[in-house]
Design a protein around this ligand. Sequence first.
Ligand SMILES: O=C(O)CCC(=O)C(=O)O
Ligand SMILES: [Fe+2]
Length: 262
Amino acid sequence: MPNQVIDQIVDLEAHPLDDAGFRASCREALAANGVLSLTGFLKEDALAEFVADAAETAPLAYYASGTHNVYLTPRDDSLGADHVFNRQVVSSKGVIGTDQLGPQSRLHDLYHSALFQSFICDVVEQEAIYPYADPLSSINVHYAGEGKELGWHFDNSAFAITLLLQAPEAGGVFEYVKDVRDAEAGDYNFEAVEAILDGATPVTSLAITPGTLVLFRGRNAMHRVTPTIGKRDRMLVVLAYNEAPNIALSESARMTFFGRLG
Ligand SMILES: O=C(O)CCC(=O)C(=O)O
Ligand SMILES: [Fe+2]
């Protein structure tokens, strides 16, 4: 995609995505904090357009009714019902899949932009990134009305990018603990996970305003979003990529969050 198109979506003056020094500073911030937060990433017109689109698709959202463990996997009965692997948390937020965005949405342009992707690759230190192979999981819009939340979990993908569209009056806070486990090494770190679920570990809260881009290593950082307080819905876009082609989100995670496989 030519840069003019992304120039209409992203404030490239404040966030020069092609600049090597800017990329290095983003990489350092991610390493130091476990999160990269770029305030005012979206241009005002693009933000307004994404908010209007999200409000229009809100009735399509699927609201999860069940519970899940922090690893987003099915239970393992051999570990016993009380084991932290089987401990259940609630996610009640709504979500729409990539296939419900509408083909004209400029979120597709941002997601597929060569400049945006090369910036992300440089920040997360990967050669290339790929969309999800299933039709649901690459770009999502999340909705959390009053009392709705996203329980503690680790993501399937190594990192995730969010764009807050609309902040609630209160609550709806993104909380995380960085480097809890090393999924690539098969490490579940049950002890640390249990301490977080028990409220015994200090967590970091991120204060973000609409139009902010947040990038975090969600496969190894445990994170949640606290319940929305007040009448204004929290609305947020998630952009997810993989390190290899042809990877679909696991069926159990798709059933949990979308209520369907495709
Ligand atoms: O809503 C957020 O800020 C985080 C979303 C998230 O953790 C996820 O989609 O897995
Ligand atoms: Fe997540």
